[in-house]
Design a protein around this ligand. Sequence first.
Ligand code: CO
Length: 214
Amino acid sequence: MKFSYDKLFENNKAWASRQTEQDPGYFSNMALGQNPEYLFIGCSDSRAPASVITGTRPGEIFEHRNISNLVISTDMNLMAVLQYSVDILKVKHIVVCGHYGCGGVKAALSKTHNGLIDNWLRSIRDVYRQYRKELDHLTSEEEKWRKLVELNVQEQVFRLSMTSIVQEALDRHQEIHLHGWVYEIENGLIRDLDLNIKRDFKDFDIYNCDHSHD
Ligand code: CO
């Protein structure tokens, strides 16, 4: 009996033999270790896989995905990924990549009950509350949804910049750049929100810790 997931194994075998054909040392080299330049924090959505949409190969992106690409400093999973990638792998770029059409963001905009996930989505509702004037000014639900997707990415980049891990890396002058991107499912293109921590988050200096005397 054939199961739908059998095709995944078939795909895998075909992919592995293609790689070996192109480069016989591909897997033995891969097994030596990883040295990715990017940490990608994306949404779990099946339509936005980091390596596919960025055309990168295994070994190039260290990746963490959760519903609506949230950065929550008490999330041990995310924080472990962040610390490992900054302190050990020394990634140079951290990207928070949201996407238009994000179901998590839409659910956060609605008043329906969704069970346990509402606890997770509350963090997006916090972003909504923070930018409520700007968002409620928009007349169509679609516009509001898109804007909240963007503001959510911006807010997560800000939260990322305030984590002890990023703060300490910046204090020791480690090269690290934070980026906020939004992926458009309808045309496959990624939009860079061109965020700049120093410029866009300058009013948030109350969160900064001065580590210079540590
Ligand atoms: Co999503």
